[in-house]
Design a protein around this ligand. Structure first.
Ligand SMILES: Cc1ncc(COP(=O)(O)O)c(C=O)c1O
Length: 353
């Protein structure tokens, strides 16, 4: 007996492969660009104060208090903000709401490898704008991109290298394609780069900015992200949103973290300083390290595929992509200062062998 048949595009899909989440707490985890510092103490206070009624009842379906807090800080209206279960969810909602089967969705390549999954699910066609460190640049790739796109995911800073995108290039891209929803994925913007929020505030009707609480607010385990755009786009996204997409604990934690801006600023400054120190030391070991504006570095060396398992033998987890153009590099998240010292000592030992 054969079972039910999935939709053909789902049957043909390649599922996203997330970085490993190891059980072994001894591992120094530098593989999925989390923030390894603890969240603001205000987060734990907010969770402790949640109370049984907030847990027994459904959460606020529209994350009202959190949305208002975000909107106030970013000087936009609350109707311009939609909160998601991680920024992954708002990135997905954009494709669900704006891409029909057979339409084209663009992105720079290489970039975040989740976008192709959304494109395949929508039965759409993926259009890559290829760029590389040897050229064309990301901005040249945007200039050469086709016009007929239903949606484009532009990412700044763009993993795995962490290069930021020039805001004028994004503005030109969006102005030339009024029919395209231009999504500026800014999961790492706290660590560098210029936000396209300026374009939303300028009134560009086709720009949507997405942000994450996973990378700068130490809340990856809570799954919170949001999008900011015109009230019209946000109203459309709300139609495809699951009704109770963010649970009560995540809403409370995110609001407490968001409102403790001084704490986030201090942690981010520490990670940025560590990123710069780490890049200098890796270059001293013979790695090519492009300047990154994220909380990670991409370190290139011929023997990267061989080094990857050796770091693991030293209880250090970094990321290696078995992808053309990326095989000679290791993506290293910037952890705490102590973790980076452990990583660099291991790198020094391994590179002198
Ligand atoms: C470019 C980019 N966007 C979005 C995300 C997902 O963030 P979130 O945890 O908010 O879903 C990631 C996670 O690695 C990312 O690299």
């Amino acid at each position: 007996m054969t079972g039910p048949t999935p939709r053909p595009e789902v049957a043909a899909m390649h599922a996203y492969v997330p970085g490993e989440q190891p059980k072994d707490a001894r591992l120094v985890k530098l593989n999925t660009n989390e923030n390894n510092y603890p969240p603001s103490p205000k987060v734990l206070e907010a969770l402790a104060a949640l109370g049984e009624r907030r847990i027994a009842r459904y959460p606020d379906p529209v994350c009202g208090a959190l949305r208002e807090s975000i909107a106030r800080t970013l000087a936009v209206g609350p109707s311009q903000v939609v909160v998601g279960n991680g920024s992954d969810e708002v990135l997905k909602m954009a494709a669900e709401a704006y891409v029909s089967p057979g339409e084209r969705v663009g992105c720079l390549w290489p970039t975040y490898s989740l976008y192709p999954v959304f494109v395949q699910k929508a039965a759409a066609t993926e259009v890559r704008f290829p760029w590389s460190l040897d050229g064309p640049t990301q901005e040249e790739a945007l200039e050469a991109a086709p016009a007929d796109l239903a949606l484009a995911y532009l990412t700044t800073p763009n993993p795995p290298f962490g290069l930021p995108l020039d805001l004028d290039a994004v503005r030109r891209f969006a102005l030339r394609r009024p029919q395209t929803l231009v999504v500026s994925d800014e999961a790492y913007i706290a660590y560098g780069g210029k936000s396209a929020l300026e374009l939303v505030r300028e009134g560009l009707p086709n720009v949507l900015v997405t942000r994450s609480f996973s990378k700068s607010h130490s809340l990856a385990g809570m799954r919170v992200g949001f999008a900011v755009g015109s009230a019209e786009i946000v109203a459309v996204l709300n139609k495809v949103k699951d009704s109770y997409n963010l649970n009560a604990t995540a809403q409370a934690a995110a609001q407490a973290a968001w409102e403790d801006q001084a704490y986030t600023d201090a942690v981010v400054a520490r990670i940025v300083a560590s990123r710069e120190r780490t890049a200098v030391r890796l270059r001293g070991l013979g790695f090519q390290v492009p300047p990154s504006a994220g909380n990670f570095l991409f370190a290139l060396r011929e023997d990267a595929p061989a080094l990857f398992p050796k770091f693991r033998d030293h209880n250090i987890l970094v990321r290696w992509f078995d992808t053309p153009g990326l095989r000679n590099g290791l993506r290293v998240s910037i952890g705490t200062d102590d973790e980076m010292e452990t990583f660099l000592r291991a790198a020094e030992a391994l590179c002198s062998q």
